[in-house]
Design a protein around this ligand. Structure first.
Ligand code: MLT
Length: 315
């Protein structure tokens, strides 16, 4: 495959550019690029490397006269129109395992933060209050955690939260009961998840069948006060239904790292973020030094292998 020039956007770690240039591939790096700039720039390149911010739409692909491959420096390819890419014979590659541990660790941290009111308690103390009673938490020991989506991230979360004494139940149509047991989770049907779970954490990809997975009907079937963590994708949650459930106390607390629109501008999403029971972070699941080195390296190695097959052993 011909890859002479690569455009890297969205703040992919420098290791990606360094690896490509060390193989004589020319690199243009534009950490922040507008749609208009992208449409101008893309015809000059044979490969495009993105994280989650840049939307690789049909329009972008139509303008990409010389593009052979789009590399997603991460797992989810939901910001790339893979059908349009396929029609144009543009290959889409990703680095699915490279940031899984980072996403897992943020998830576990958020579960514990919700249980012990870490964020509101710290904010209150900084504001000069000393309110110990208000921030009495609950132990996670013996509570039930439902892990929805038992891929690379979900199963690491299951293993780690088991060590905190949580009872872990899991749902994933592609994972068997036996595989579930290997990482300490019990496979259940979806209908069994909602009445059992004290905590629900979302780790499935955003595809048509998972969009708005957490909706009014599901939230009505959950235990009152259920705590929900989303380090997966914003679109998994139907935000209007979610806000209503927060206001009614059906959702007791939530930790959200991802949103339907990023950065969020929709007033409804902003209301969710401002809700006192919500801890919100700006899509940080994969944002660790280690993960960014791994994803950048892995995407660069795959691109080099497309030009010079067998140069790197791919994971
Ligand atoms: C992923 O899909 O792996 C993450 O969203 C990566 C990222 O934050 O860029």
């Amino acid at each position: 495959m011909e890859i002479k020039s690569v455009l890297i956007v969205d703040g992919v770690g420098p290791v990606c550019a360094d690896t490509l240039t060390s193989h004589g591939i020319s690199v243009t790096t534009k950490p922040k690029i507008t749609k208009e700039e992208l449409l101008q720039e893309i015809p000059k390149h044979n490969a495009l490397v993105v994280r989650s911010a840049t939307q690789v739409t049909e329009e972008v692909l139509a303008a990409a006269k010389n593009l052979n491959v789009v590399g997603r420096a991460g797992a989810g390819v939901d910001n790339i129109d893979v059908n349009a890419a396929g029609k144009k014979n543009v290959m889409v590659i990703n680095a699915p395992g490279a940031n899984a541990m980072s996403a897992c660790e943020l998830t576990c941290g958020l579960i514990l933060a919700l249980a012990r009111h870490v964020v509101p308690a710290a904010t209150s103390l900084k504001a000069g209050r000393w309110d110990r009673a208000l921030y009495t938490g609950t132990e996670v020991n013996n509570r039930t955690l439902a892990v929805l989506g038992l891929g690379r991230v979900g199963r690491e979360v299951a293993v780690r939260m088991r060590s905190f004494g949580m009872k872990v139940i899991g749902f994933d149509p592609y994972v068997t009961s036996q595989q579930c047991q290997e990482f300490g989770a019990t496979k259940v049907e979806l209908s069994e998840v909602w009445p059992q779970a004290d905590y629900i954490t979302l780790h499935m990809p955003l595809i048509d069948s998972t969009r708005s997975f957490i909706n009014k009907e599901v939230l009505n079937s959950c235990k009152k006060g259920v705590k929900i963590v989303n380090v997966g994708r914003g679109g998994l949650i139907h935000e209007p239904d979610f806000l209503e459930a927060l206001k009614e106390g059906k959702v007791g607390a939530a930790a959200l790292d991802v949103f339907e629109e990023e950065p969020p501008k929709n007033p409804l999403t902003l209301e969710i973020i401002q809700h006192p029971a919500v801890v919100a972070t700006p899509h940080l699941g994969a944002s660790t030094k280690e993960a960014q080195v791994r994803v950048g390296q892995e995407i660069a190695e795959q691109l080099v292998n497309l030009v010079k097959p067998g140069t790197y052993k791919t994971p």
